[in-house]
Structures are given as C-alpha cells and as structure tokens.
Design a protein around this ligand. Structure first.
Ligand code: PLP
Length: 393
C-alpha cells in the first residue's frame, strides 16, 4: 500500500543524513564530552559544531543555545526558570491556543496560586494586541506566546508582540516548536528573550530540544545538577542526538527556501483541490499568516476520527486536532477558542507537509478524500438534516 505521510506537525521522519551523522556516536564515539581523556575530546568538537549549526538556523550565538530533551522541557524550563528568577511577580500571560506543553503548565500554576491571563483569538485564530496591552501589569513576570500554531499553522506577529512586551520590561518567551525549520527566524533582530524548539519537528529524532536564552536574560535552571550547558541544564549531554539535531538544522538552513516555495505550492494545491471537490468545507485559521506546510480543513457534518481511520486504511496519515489530543472526541481547544461551529470543529482534519512530500502524494489525497466524505455524509444524520433544511429554503 502506498504511504502518504502528511502529519509532519505531529512528528517528522529522521532525515537519512541525520541518521548517518548520529551513528558513530552510539559505538566508537561514545565518550562523555566532559571527560579529560581523548574519548571526551573526540565528541566535544562535534557537539560544539552542532551547537553552532543550531545557532546558525535561528540567528543566535552558540552560547545562547541550551540543549534539552524535548520541546515540552524547553517550554517548562523557560516558564518555571523565569518564575523562579522573579519570585515577587505572580502573573503570567499566554494564549488559549498554546500547545499543552504551555497550556497545561499554566493551568497547573494557576492552581498553585499564580494569576494567569489566557489571551483569546478571533475566528481566524488571530490575537488582539490591545487585549495583550491591557493584560500587562506590574505583577507580570513573563509573557509566553507561541510562534506558530500546531493545529492551524497560524503564525502570530511575534515581533509586534515582543515590542509591546519589551517596552514594559517583561521577559518574552515563544514556543517556536512549529516554526523553526519552516520559516526564517533571526534572533539577532528579534525581541524574543527565550525560544523553544524540538528536534523531531524538523527531521531530527524525538528526545532532543533546545531552549534559546538571549544573553543577559535572567534564568534559573529547571534541571538542577551538573555544570553542563553552562549550569543552565544539568545532565550528561545526549551527544548522538545533539549531533543529529545539528545536522537537521544544517539541512533546514539549506532548504528553508524550498520549504517556503515548493511545500507551499503543494499545500495550496491540496487546499484548493479539496475546497473545489467537496462542498461545505471550511479552512480553519488565517490563510495569509500561516506556516507554508499546514492546512486545517473542516468537512462539515462528519466526524474527523472516522475520516482519519478511512484515510489510514488507504495509507494516508493525517491528524484531527493535534496528535497529543487526538483520541478524545472533544473538538480541540484551539478550534473551540476560535469559535469554529460544532458541526465543523468535529470534522476537522490537519494536513501538514514536509520536504519529503511530492505532487503525486497530493494527487493521491485529492483522489481519496472526496469519496470518503461523501460516504460519511451519506450516513450522517446531521448532514441529512442540513440537506433537508437547505432544500426547504
Ligand atoms: N509546542 C508545540 C507548538 C508543539 O507542536 C509540540 C509538539 O507537538 C510541543 C510544543 C512539544 O514538543 P515535544 O514533543 O518535543 O515535547
């Protein structure tokens, strides 16, 4: 059976070049970079280079890069590390559409007595910056706002947000897990103080992430232990994965343009094709400010989980809501925050592409999806009611 993997916001396949670069670090090059002997020296050089490659991709300096175990750890470290640095301040600002790595932590902190403001979004998933301005207070310790949404691909105006936040002297963190490797970022020109990224979203393996911390940002370590990462994150460095992430960032630096153009072309062809072929289909999220690889569509009056299963039987891997929340039949918190109507939110499917997708993949999806929706609508009581009501008009 043909496999068409269009769930790259959930995770990506490890690039063959990344895998090759990592291999020697599991046997021959197994030293601890902190060791004084030559086995330590052998891996030190490669980890230094990997740090430079990660820094290059986001326009940072290598000593602003802290390796972590995943995007979730980076988000937790940024938020908890800042709160610890400003113990007198008890207010956090974030948004209603964050990934659970931020959202669930904020809810947890709220239970512990912090005041949390969750900014709302409009029907297109956009923020109201006046709401942000109004929310900032003397007590605000941190603003944490995602760069790009994992479900809709909507990209927030991070530099405009940063201007507002920094003008009030408040630390600014962004969860850029979905943005890094897909759109160009340059921390040299940015207002961001801290940025999270995750290896497995850009063709490195799962289990490696980064927290970028701008020089001079007040930060307390989240994992307290050894002197690794200049005392900002204890734990022996995961050298094979660090080298793998370095390679993935190097590759991403080389194909960002391709990501923006070829993938965007494929995504648009897919979106246009499905809208043309399937009536009562909506696009979720701002179509202008969006990641080039993502489209979230709602096929009204059908159940997203059923679409996913039928697609999976045909070798197509997509997602309804985010991978972390699928399995529950509740519409995702992102679509609910956007006010997507019930009949549409339930039938939402996210297609997220990568450099490995081809035009044949898109043609295959365009061929397979319409009959699936037709079949499901034929047995949907909601669709029958809708058709009956429309014919009476
Ligand atoms: N933030 C966003 C926006 C994500 O999409 C994800 C993963 O889907 C994460 C954070 C968590 O990253 P990780 O899986 O590396 O913990």
């Amino acid at each position: 059976m043909r496999t068409v993997y269009v769930d790259n916001n959930a995770t990506t396949q490890v690039a063959p070049e990344v895998f090759e670069a990592m291999k020697p670090f599991f046997h021959g090059l197994y030293g601890n970079p902190s060791s004084m002997h030559f086995k330590g020296g052998e891996v030190q050089k490669e980890t230094v280079e990997a740090r430079e490659k990660v820094a290059d991709l986001i326009g940072a300096s290598p000593d602003e890069i802290v390796f972590t175990s995943c995007g979730t750890e980076s988000d937790n470290a940024a938020i908890l590390g800042t709160l610890e640095s400003y113990p007198e301040k008890r207010h956090i600002i974030s948004t209603r559409v964050e990934h659970p790595a931020v959202l669930t932590l904020c809810k947890h902190l709220e239970k512990k007595g912090y005041r949390v403001t969750m900014l709302s979004v409009d029907r297109d998933g956009r923020l109201d910056l006046d709401e942000l301005r109004a929310a900032i207070s003397e007590d605000t310790s941190l603003v944490s706002i995602m760069y790009a949404n994992n479900e809709t691909g909507v990209v927030f105006p991070i530099e405009d947000i940063g201007q507002i936040v920094k003008s009030r002297g408040i630390p600014f963190h962004t969860d850029a897990v979905q943005a890094v490797g897909k759109i160009p970022l340059d921390m040299k020109k940015s207002t961001v103080d801290m940025l999270s990224l995750s290896g497995h979203k850009l063709h490195a393996p799962k289990g490696i992430g980064v927290l970028y911390i701008r020089k001079g940002t007040k930060f307390s370590p989240f994992l307290i232990g050894g002197h690794q990462e200049k005392g900002r994150r204890g734990g022996t460095e995961n050298t094979p994965y660090i080298v793998g992430l370095g390679k993935a960032c190097e590759l991403a630096s080389g194909h960002l343009e391709e990501e923006n153009n070829r993938i965007c072309f494929l995504r648009d062809k897919l979106e246009r094709g499905l809208l043309e072929r399937i009536p009562d289909t909506l696009v979720n999220g701002d179509r202008e400010y969006r990641l080039p690889n993502t489209v979230s569509l709602s096929f009204e009056y059908v159940e997203g989980e059923s679409i996913l299963l039928l697609l999976s039987n045909l070798g197509i891997c997509a997602s309804s809501g985010s991978a972390c929340t699928s399995g529950s039949l509740e519409p995702s918190h992102v679509l609910r925050a956007m006010g997507v109507p019930f009949t549409a939110a339930h039938g939402s499917i996210r297609f997220s592409l990568s450099i490995y997708n081809t035009e044949e993949d898109i043609d295959y999806i365009l061929k397979q999806v319409p009959p699936i929706i037709e079949r499901l609508r034929d047995i949907s009581p909601f669709w029958r009611d809708y058709v009956k009501a429309s014919s009476k008009k």
